[in-house]
Design a protein around this ligand. Structure first.
Ligand code: GEK
Length: 252
């Protein structure tokens, strides 16, 4: 079955596997990615719609907008169509060559005016400069936890006064009852989207070492530590949430 942009339905974990290896953003995942993320992340489409509005509101003239961990460019495209300043530039970055190749194809088919550069690189190695908006849409969770602070510091330091960072993530909960409640609810969500118990269990195993969610409190503390002023949670659906962090408009 194909979805609207012609990709396949995600059946990567449908058959029992003798050994489930760590999840990778390879060609097999690229083919099914739009279907996979929509059926796995409650509210994914809404988050994209809200990112588009954020792009409309927060981008500054002649500035850079970063989409870090861009996958196939869904957030880039959503933002590109809503940025009011033709002299802005979107820099979309992903370290999966297969993702980047497909992202470039998708973006080439879009004729919006704002320039987009798609870079195949680790987000930890790129320069951030003149940024009015930076998006980490379900990406920070894949960065080793001990390296997240340094990445956020680099982002903060490359942002213009008043610029905004938007982070959407799977989150975990310090309270074990809440953790269990929302984890179970999320599994129900995946079942309701057509995934079998076997698919859910094997995907979970594949992600175990690769994706490590933080609590919202950890996110908040880290964002404060690197210097962000305003921090505001703007979305939550089960165990997925998003926060905005704004750099102070002026320095004292
Ligand atoms: C969307 N934002 O559709 N450097 C660069 N890219 C990375 C790194 C890294 N260190 N680690 C992981 N990635 C997208 C969805 S998916 C989320 C983002 C998910 C990339 C990885 O290759 C993948 O494409 C993306 O981050 C995460 O709005 O699959 O749950």
């Amino acid at each position: 079955m194909s979805n609207e942009v012609g990709e396949d339905k995600d059946n990567i974990y449908r058959e029992a596997q003798d050994e489930v290896s760590d999840f990778q953003f390879d060609q097999r995942v690229v083919r099914v990615f739009p279907d996979m993320i929509q059926r796995s992340v409650p509210g994914y489409r809404l988050v994209l719609e809200l990112l588009a509005l954020a792009a409309q509101q927060f981008t500054q003239p002649a500035s850079n907008v970063y989409d870090l961990g861009c996958s196939l460019g869904a957030a880039t495209l959503a933002m590109r169509r809503h940025i009011a300043h033709a002299d802005c530039r979107i820099i979309a970055v992903d370290n999966s060559p297969d993702m980047v190749q497909r992202a470039r194809e998708q973006i080439d088919r879009d004729n919006s005016i704002v320039a987009v550069e798609v870079i195949a690189a680790d987000v930890q190695g790129i320069d951030i400069s003149q940024a009015s908006l930076v998006v980490l849409n379900f990406t920070l969770q894949f960065i080793p936890p001990e390296q997240r602070l340094a990445l956020l510091q680099k982002i903060h330091d490359g942002m213009l006064p008043g610029a905004v960072l938007l982070i959407a993530e799977k989150i975990r909960f310090a309270d074990q009852h809440n953790q269990q409640l929302l984890d179970t609810w999320h599994q129900d969500f995946k079942r309701s989207q057509g995934y079998s118990d076997l698919e859910i269990a094997q995907k979970r195993q594949a992600l175990e070492n690769v994706m490590q969610p933080d609590t919202l409190e950890t996110h908040r503390q880290r964002l404060q530590q690197v210097g962000f002023g305003q921090i505001c949670q703007w979305f939550q659906a089960l165990n997925f949430a998003a926060v905005l962090a704004r750099k102070a408009a002026t320095h004292v």
